[in-house]
Design a protein around this ligand. Structure first.
Ligand code: PGA
Length: 238
């Protein structure tokens, strides 16, 4: 695991965006694993800027998002489907049929999870996976526990995650208490992984990556078992 400490959030985003742009330029059919939350917003802005400047083409790129609230409809402005349209897909030329986000409106969540895992396999697996990290050490919505799921699954959200994400919801919006998320095994199958962490509230979780122990109570530590992970953080997160 390689760790790069950047001066600030903008520099982190520049570095991560450049890694993604390199991946797409060298393989226009790259399969990208994408993340939501506040952390990657600056990265999506830079990718959109590169697209507007004509220096990258996303028309053959295939994307798989990490997770989605459950249950939630795609047109709910709190859905990750909505987030991705707002922050990225509406600004670039990823083809709609190449976009995959776990189906938060599926009647049968377990079936939707199996289909999602199969779609990732059918696409040949993820080439480059972008990740954030929760204060509780979650990646995707793989929440701390005694055991972790390998594959895409339905999960209750922990109290910590509900508290952390409550900031995105207004008083009249109901926050789902469950989610669909790719599993830790799904993430570890990606060829290359970028984990972004900024701000002092991420410091404790990032520090646990230095311990060298795989601990299901801090799901991100399982990334220590992967051969190509780059942690990109700002000074406050280390
Ligand atoms: P954040 O969330 O980017 O909003 O801090 C990260 C995560 O929960 O993975």
């Amino acid at each position: 695991m390689k760790k790069i400490v950047c001066d600030n959030y903008d520099a982190m985003c520049r570095l991560a965006a450049d890694r993604i742009l390199d991946a797409v330029r060298s393989n226009p059919r790259a399969v990208l694993g994408l993340a939501t939350g506040s952390t990657p917003i600056g990265v999506y802005e830079l990718l959109a800027e590169a697209y507007r400047a004509g220096t990258v083409d996303f028309s053959e790129v295939v994307t798989f998002n990490l997770d989605e609230y459950y249950p939630i409809s795609p047109d709910n402005r709190q859905s990750y489907w909505y987030y991705m349209q707002q922050n990225f897909f509406s600004k670039v030329n990823v083809r709609p049929e190449n976009i995959h986000i776990p189906d938060g409106s599926a009647a049968d969540a377990a079936l939707a999870c199996r289909a999602y895992e199969a779609a990732i396999e059918a696409a040949g697996g993820i080439d480059l996976q972008l990740l954030g990290i929760g204060q509780n050490g979650h990646i995707g919505f793989n929440e701390p526990g005694k055991e972790l799921y390998a594959a895409t699954h339905v999960t209750p959200l922990t109290e910590q995650t509900l508290r952390d994400n409550a900031r995105f919801f207004s008083a009249d919006e109901v926050m789902p208490t469950q989610a669909l998320t790719v599993g830790v095994g799904t993430i570890l199958k990606a060829k290359s992984i970028l984990l972004l962490a900024n701000g002092k509230n991420k410091k404790a979780a990032v520090a646990r990556l230095d311990d060298g122990m795989l601990d299901p109570a801090v799901p991100a530590t399982f990334l220590l078992g992967h051969r190509d992970v780059t942690v990109i953080c700002d000074r406050e997160a280390v």
